[in-house]
Structure formats: C-alpha cells, structure tokens
Design a binder for this molecule. Structure first.
Ligand SMILES: [Zn+2]
Length: 282
C-alpha cells in the first residue's frame, strides 16, 4: 500500500505545486467579519440545498486581504476578505463559491490533497534528515494549484450549480474577467483568461440559452463580451464552426456525466489514501 501511494506521488510530483499562502496585513475599516461569515454561509447553503449536495461542506471566511478563495480536502470552502470586498454583488460571490464547490464535486480537492500530503511527507522527511523540521508544512496541504483541466471542469460544474440555485451563470464570466490575475486559485495558472471565458460563454449558450439572452448587467461582463464577440460572431457566421461547436458541447455533457459518476465512486478511494498518508505523516 505504502509503495503504491509513493508511486503515485513520485509519478505526479512534477505536476504538483503547493500554493504558498500569500497573506497580507489587513487594516481595512468598515469590515464586519460576522456579517461576512453570514453572507458566505447564506449563499453557500443556498447552493448546497438547491443542488441536493449531500456532502458535509462548510463555508469559512479568511480575514486576509488577498483576492482569493479555495476549497480543500476537508470539504471546506474558504473565501478571503479581499475577494468579498472585490466582488460586485452576491451573484458574483455565488459564482466564486460555485466554482469552489465544482472542485469538490469533481474530486479535485481529494486528489490534490492526497498528492500534496505525499509531497509534504517527503518534504518533512527531507527536513528531518538535516535536522530542520519545517513548522507548519502540514498546513500547506489544504490548498493547491489546480490544473487547467481541473479549472475548466470546476467552471462548468459551477455554472450548473449556481444556475440551479437561481443565480445568473453569466456572473461567472463577469467575476472571472474582473479579477483576472488576482484570484490565486482561479487564474494563477492561466495568464490568458480569454479561452477560459469563451469556454464558459459557449457552455452557457448551449445549456442555458435563455440566461444568455437576458444577459448580465455589469461593466466587467460587457468588457468580456466585447473581447469575446469577434470569435463568437465568426463561429455564428460559419456553418462548419457552428457544427463543431454543437459537437463539442454534446461531447462535453457526455464527458461530464461520466466524470461525475466516476468521482462518486473514486472519491472514497482518495479519502482512504488521504487517511493513510495522514497516519504515515504522524
Ligand atoms: Zn479553481
């Protein structure tokens, strides 16, 4: 068992990087942390209830000024103070929380948690060897940088989650465009967010055409549309590109169904690996 787990860790170690906590001093006035916790929990619970998510997910607010949010293997969704002060409204906040729920539901957090724990065990072992045990290294396993594929999967799952709870899915485009370059989880590994925004736009157009038609009133969404419009219009004017678009979207839905079914089965396996690694780390 140990051999197998370390095999996985070594195979994937090159692809894993633990996100460094980028905390900054927080001295902003007019900050009501109790109200923030309530706001995040109200939206989070609304999303959970509307989607019948049975997992025991908790919502927390971090009192740090970073524009950030993340989910971890313990099924906790953290929203930073900096992000709360940066989103335009609850629609955008719901988009961020839905994206993080998307990571949990797609099994990304469980997988990354296992990999990071393995990496941290190796780091601790190395530190012990030179008599320098890195304090708090275990803490780093709670957050990680997701892959591009993971981000896209969390985006479209997030779109489904928020729409089902009555939020406007276009707020996902609005918030991502707005915070591009600031949001550590969402865009750190994506210097160019344009393709990602287009992917979300296409997904909304195919699956929620009425929502797309009614639009979203925000400066950021208008700017995103201006940026994406030449590509969208080009596709609409071309029969072959339209056909390709429809084929891609159909394929995406099939893949999504398969992935969700697989995650429902394998998440317990990742949880098992995680428990074993935690015991080994002690
Ligand atoms: Zn993400």
């Amino acid at each position: 068992m140990k051999k197998f787990i370390f095999g996985i860790v070594f195979m994937l170690i090159a692809n894993v990087s633990v996100m460094a906590a980028t905390s900054t001093a927080t001295t902003t006035t007019n900050w009501d942390s109790a109200a923030a916790v309530q706001r995040v929990n109200t939206i989070g619970k609304k999303l959970i209830v509307a989607n019948g998510i049975g997992q025991n997910i908790t919502f927390k607010v971090s009192d740090q000024a970073d524009i950030n949010a993340y989910a971890n293997i313990n099924k906790e969704v953290y929203v930073y103070k900096g992000l709360l002060q940066y989103v335009t409204d609850d629609q955008e906040l719901a988009a961020v929380i839905s994206h993080e729920l998307g990571h949990i539901l797609n099994g990304h957090c469980a997988k990354q948690g296992v990999l990071n724990t393995g990496v941290n065990i190796l780091a601790c072992a190395a530190a012990k060897k030179v008599g320098n045990v890195a304090a708090g290294v275990g803490q780093q396993l709670v957050s990680s940088k997701m892959s591009r594929k993971d981000e896209f999967e969390a985006d479209i799952t997030g779109v489904d989650i928020m729409t089902k709870a009555g939020y406007n899915p276009l707020a996902m485009i609005s918030v991502l465009n707005k915070i591009c370059g600031n949001y550590v989880d969402i865009l750190q590994s994506h210097p160019s967010g344009e393709k990602r925004l287009l992917n979300i736009y296409n997904y909304v157009e195919y699956n929620y055409p009425a929502k797309l038609k009614s639009g979203f009133k925000s400066d950021s969404y208008s700017k995103a549309l201006t940026m994406l419009n030449p590509t969208i219009q080009k596709r609409k004017a071309s029969a072959s590109l339209t056909k390709k678009f429809e084929k891609e979207q159909k394929k995406l839905l099939v893949k999504k169904e398969k992935r969700m079914a697989k995650t429902a089965k394998t998440s317990t396996i990742w949880d098992g690996y995680y428990t074993t690694l935690q015991l080994m780390a002690q």
